[in-house]
Design a protein around this ligand. Structure first.
Ligand SMILES: [Zn+2]
Length: 325
């Protein structure tokens, strides 16, 4: 038994704004929650679904859900007939929400309304393919009565402009250093610092696999900067062959470069990789100019890896250009 809103950490301003929208009767048919992953957007969407369907929210002085009525409990368990999700096709090679899923959803929405609010949550809305987006767009243009969409994505630019023009956007930021420690206590200091305020990234970093991959990323960085035979060595290729881990590697390197620049200015309290200071100090001889060039190029590398470039080739190419600097 719980009010879901009470388990949300942070985002006070956004929550207040949303409560005011509902209290003033201006709750829109389509909202878009945009902001970094792992910051609680889905939880907030569920919390407001609870408020929208609660039998007692209208009598609550703060306009919150009671957390104990039948509709509240069913939303909490995610087993409510008022709560629908637009889900990705699990068989697809790359995560995608397809038009069939949208059609199925629209069919169930067009069935006789229960007279109550229904909330559709579209998590990772950016994985809707164009056909799915266009099918959804029609509904956003001519909304069903009492049906409220909450789309969730990281970056507004990932959605079709036509969709963006039909939704009211609420932007969320990453959690603060203090907030993320409240949500997930007991993790190492360096993991909180390197998490960028994102719970999913914190969990990944603190997992055995993530910890090992981060270690590998630092070793690879040392080799990349110091080893004149880098291209001849082969072991490193295995560690970044996988696209996801290659991206993880890029993020780790950007944080290493950030730390190196900070160490040079001796502002040590801002270091992210607090457990690796001794190893980082050994990389001191790398010129700042070269580090900043590399940081700049890594942003492009990340984009290429996100696209369809072979991660190993991206790093080989990067090294050739780095070695010439
Ligand atoms: Zn309730």
């Amino acid at each position: 038994m719980a009010r879901l809103i009470e388990s949300v950490v942070g985002h006070a301003v956004e929550i207040k704004h949303l409560i005011q929208l509902r209290e003033s009767g201006r709750w829109p048919h389509a909202l878009l929650f945009a902001g970094p992953s792992g910051t609680g957007k889905r939880k907030i969407a569920l919390a407001f679904a609870q408020i929208l369907v609660c039998d007692n929210a209208d009598r609550d002085p703060q306009g919150l859900a009671c957390g104990v009525c039948g509709p509240c409990l069913r939303v909490q368990k995610e087993q409510s007939e008022s709560l629908l999700f637009l889900k990705p096709d699990e068989k697809a090679a790359r995560p995608a929400i397809k038009v069939e899923a949208v059609r199925e959803l629209l069919d169930s929405l067009s069935l006789a309304s229960l007279g109550k609010a229904r909330i559709v949550i579209v998590d990772n809305a950016q994985i809707m393919n164009p056909q799915a987006s266009n099918a959804l767009l029609k509904t956003l243009e001519e909304p069903f009565e009492n049906v409220y969409f909450i789309l969730i994505c990281e970056d507004l630019g990932q959605l079709l402009p036509t969709i963006r023009s039909r939704v009211q956007v609420v932007k969320f930021s990453a959690l603060s250093f203090e907030e993320i420690q409240i949500v997930k206590p007991g993790k190492p200091d360096w993991a909180y610092r390197s998490s960028r305020g994102q719970i999913d990234r914190l969990e990944l970093l603190a997992s055995p696999e993530g910890t090992q991959k981060r270690e590998e990323a630092l070793t690879l960085f040392e080799q990349f900067c110091a080893d004149e035979e880098f291209l001849m060595a082969s072991e490193w290729r295995a560690s970044i062959k996988d696209r996801t881990w290659a991206q993880f590697n890029v993020t780790c390197w950007l944080q290493i470069i950030r730390d190196l620049v900070i160490l040079k200015t001796q502002a040590n309290k801002f270091i992210l990789n607090t457990d690796q200071i001794e190893r980082l100090k050994k990389l001191f001889q790398i010129q700042s100019k070269k580090l900043l060039w590399l940081a700049d190029q890594l942003v492009f590398a990340e984009r290429d890896i996100q696209g369809n470039s072979d991660p190993v080739l991206v790093f080989e190419d990067l090294w050739v250009r780095y070695a010439r600097k």
